[in-house]
Design a protein around this ligand. Sequence first.
Ligand code: AMP
Length: 174
Amino acid sequence: MDLDRLIQERIRDIADHPKEGVVFKDITPLLADHVAFAGVVDRIVNHHGRGTIDKIVGIEARGFILAAPVAYHFGAGFVPVRKKGKLPARTLAESYDLEYGSETIEVHADAFSPGERVLIVDDVLATGGTARAAADLVTRGGADVVGVTVLMELSFLGGRDRVGNLDVHALVTV
Ligand code: AMP
């Protein structure tokens, strides 16, 4: 089976999770398949090229799982972006609107050095609010956002437009 098909087949739809009306994209079957998981990591690294990125930002929580091996294979450092209140040292915070209510994410204020090239990695791009806020945190931290890479883009939600003029790379688009 070719890699594109394998990746698509290993992401399953869970209806009405975590709430009614949401189709949750569950990547656990993909993570459990070493060919699919390694293929995803290789695809992300190859898209940008080794040595072109200084830091990989992973977004809590599923973004961490993808971002850590990507950082290793890039020869880049890993920086966690977490939900409010989880990081122990001084943080920068960004809030953004969700369909209902709002969310705040944080990064350590000293996570980046000036001018570092940063790639943001997450599992799913939905409305784009999370990726936009993460990009703003990187910029406020003094580094440059090279792009946003996601395993799956839900294009019908228009996240790419909300993210703005950043390079958005999706391995699978639905
Ligand atoms: P958004 O900010 O709307 O682009 O949402 C992206 C974040 O929410 C990512 O961290 C995803 O893990 C999660 N997310 C949003 N929608 C889904 C979905 N349908 N399936 C799985 N994860 C989702």
